[in-house]
Structures are given as structure tokens and as C-alpha cells.
Design a protein around this ligand. Structure first.
Ligand code: DAH
Length: 341
């Protein structure tokens, strides 16, 4: 058996194969089911015990030699095909499919762009926030329902004196407070970001979504300035000129309003989405409550300002007539590919 192995080792070393077919024949000859190696391992089973150790090592040597030879021949043969005319390395590649921007990103960018034309700059803040920036600093009384377990995701409940309650922010209004604490007026910023609410997922609600917040503080800022700013935004974004401000309530603004845009009643869809009124609610807004200004260290006697906040999902749904919010979070490329911008 030793002789046989030696013969094969010599044959392998001398073997030459140039085409892929020949390489394959070599593989079958040695490694195939009825190949030489299988035969030898069969024969090995009946070898007397005292020779097993040595012959076993020899057999393994042969097996490795076969594998090495095969690898060498395979890489040589693929290198030679690569150098033939079948491969023209100077040819241009096929087109690489480009991804598309997410519809929420397209709309966010467009909104920020419109406000930047009015002199607003972009600011942001943390998604994990303390109670002060999300609620107390915005005039939410301690028992306000928005703090309720049903709405807010709590990250950390204080266990000792001096620890802060940490939550996932439920709105981007928290960034207003940070901005007012850190900057001196005039402040003119828009604040896009992700927010979280403990809500059941449906076609109209999600536990994680996006808002854009706006804040403008300076001397002599009036309600009329707010209306003009929002009117300009609506005209630029939706191409619709008619808005109305409906009285509303938010703890951090006084007076507070909801802004509706006149969508029209030109199609069946218009009737459906406006519930037959022609009007659509777009955002919340109002004059920053003097108590909020002073809590952040801004003198309400000298400065005034307005704030507004809108949901990016809602606006994107209106813009593209998407009727299920979950589409934005499923990452189905068949959906996402339809948006260009
Ligand atoms: N933070 C409010 C919300 O999440 C939206 C909002 C309303 C923001 C009025 C504002 C505002 O800045 O003035 O529903």
C-alpha cells in the first residue's frame, strides 16, 4: 500500500491539466465516489493494526496533495480564462441601480428648505430626554394626561433623590426648551426629529414617528407674524393659499391654535380626507407662553415669540396620497421606489 501511495504522489506532482475539463477529470479520478482515495481508505480498513498509524499518515498526505494540486490547477485555469478574450476588462459595467430617498426624508428636506428661505436654521436635541425638557419646562402640570403611562415611554424612574426621570420624547417641543436655555434671542429655528408615543400601531398611528417643530423669538414678534410665516409655508409646500387658525389649547402656548389649510372639494378623495368640509388640519401653533419663556431664562417683558409643530408622516401622506402610515416603516422597496426627490 505504501508503494501505491508513493506512485500516486509522484503522479500527482507530475500531473498537468490545462482545461477546466481536465481539472474536473483529475478531481473525479481522485476524489470521486469511486475514486482512488475512496478505494485506498476502503483498503486501509483491513490493514494490520501495527501499520495503521504510519499508513494513516501517508494516506492523509496523499489526500492533502490531491487537494493542493486541485486548488492550484483550478486557480491557474480560471486565471487563464480571465486572460482570454471572453473577458474584456475595459468594457463599461452594467448600470448600478440607485436607491431612492425615503418619502419622509424628501418631505422633511423640503419643509426645512422652505423655512430656511425665511431665515430659520436647523437645530436638534436628544430623543431620550428628561422630564423637564419634555413636560415641566413646557408648562405641563404634574398631573397632565400626556405624561400618562399610556402615552409616554419611560426610560428611567428616579429611585433616589436628585435623579432625573428619563423618557423617550413624545414631541420635538423639547428641543424648543433646550434652544431657549442655550441661545439668546433672536432665535429662529426649525427642529426635525423622531418622537415616541405608546400607541397601538394602526393605519393612522405608530409608536414612533417624526415631527418638525418651529420656534421664533425676538422683540415684538406677533400673532400676525406667525400667521404670515405659516401662510408662506403652506403656499410653498402645498401650493394652497387659504389657511385658517382655529383656537386650541397647548400648555406651552397662549393663545394656541390649530392651523387648517383649505384643501378644496374637487374630488371624491378630497371629500373623504376633509370629511366633506374642504379643510384639513396641518399643525399646532401659538404664541410661546410667557411662563415658558421665563422658565428658560428669557425675559417675557422684552421678548415674545411663536412656535409650531407638525407631523411629517401626516404631511407626507397628504402630499403623496398614502393612506396607511405603516407603509413608511415597512421598508418595502416596491413602495419606496415610487418616490423621487
Ligand atoms: N407638541 C405638539 C404635539 O406634539 C405640537 C405643537 C403644538 C407644537 C403647538 C408646537 C405648538 O410648537 O406651538 O402635538
Amino acid at each position: 500500500m505504501q508503494d501505491l501511495i508513493n506512485q500516486h504522489l509522484a503522479a500527482i506532482a507530475a500531473h498537468a491539466a490545462s482545461t477546466p475539463d481536465e481539472v474536473e477529470q483529475f478531481r473525479i479520478k481522485y476524489l470521486g465516489r469511486k475514486g482512488i482515495l475512496n478505494d485506498l481508505f476502503e483498503a486501509f480498513k483491513v490493514v494490520p493494526g501495527d501499520q495503521k498509524k504510519l499508513l494513516g499518515q501517508e494516506l492523509n498526505k496523499l489526500k492533502n496533495a490531491v487537494q493542493e494540486k486541485l486548488d492550484a490547477m483550478q486557480s491557474a485555469s480560471s486565471a487563464s480564462t480571465r486572460n482570454t478574450e471572453a473577458f474584456d476588462l475595459s468594457r463599461p459595467t452594467g448600470t448600478v441601480p440607485l436607491g431612492t430617498r425615503h418619502p419622509l426624508a424628501i418631505v422633511r428636506r423640503e419643509i426645512l428648505d422652505i423655512f430656511s428661505r425665511m431665515g430659520f436654521t436647523v437645530a436638534d436635541g436628544p430623543e431620550i430626554e428628561d422630564d423637564w425638557h419634555v413636560f415641566s419646562g413646557l408648562n405641563f402640570p404634574p398631573e397632565h394626561p400626556a405624561r400618562d403611562m399610556q402615552d409616554t415611554f419611560f426610560i428611567h424612574k428616579p429611585e433616589q433623590e436628585g435623579e432625573k426621570e428619563m423618557v423617550l420624547r413624545t414631541h420635538t417641543s423639547s428641543v424648543q426648551v433646550r434652544a431657549m436655555e442655550n441661545q439668546k434671542p433672536p432665535i429662529r429655528i426649525v427642529m426635525p426629529g423622531r418622537v415616541y408615543r405608546n400607541e397601538a400601531v394602526s393605519s393612522r398611528a405608530h409608536c414612533q414617528f417624526h415631527q418638525i417643530e418651529g420656534l421664533y423669538i425676538d422683540e415684538g414678534v406677533s400673532f400676525a407674524d406667525m400667521k404670515q410665516t405659516l401662510q408662506y409655508f403652506t403656499q410653498e409646500f402645498f401650493g394652497k393659499a387659504k389657511i385658517r387658525l382655529r383656537p386650541s389649547y397647548f400648555p406651552f402656548t397662549e393663545p394656541s391654535a390649530e392651523m387648517d389649510v383649505y384643501w378644496g372639494l374637487n374630488s371624491e378623495a378630497d371629500y373623504r380626507i376633509t370629511k366633506g368640509t374642504g379643510w384639513l388640519e396641518i399643525m399646532g401653533c401659538g404664541m410661546v407662553d410667557p411662563a415658558v419663556l421665563s422658565a428658560s431664562g428669557i425675559d417675557p417683558e422684552r421678548y415674545s415669540g411663536f412656535a409650531f409643530g407638525m407631523g411629517i408622516e401626516r404631511i407626507t401622506m397628504l402630499r403623496y396620497q398614502v393612506d396607511d402610515l405603516r407603509m413608511f416603516f415597512e421598508n418595502d422597496v416596491r413602495f419606496l421606489r415610487q418616490f423621487q426627490g
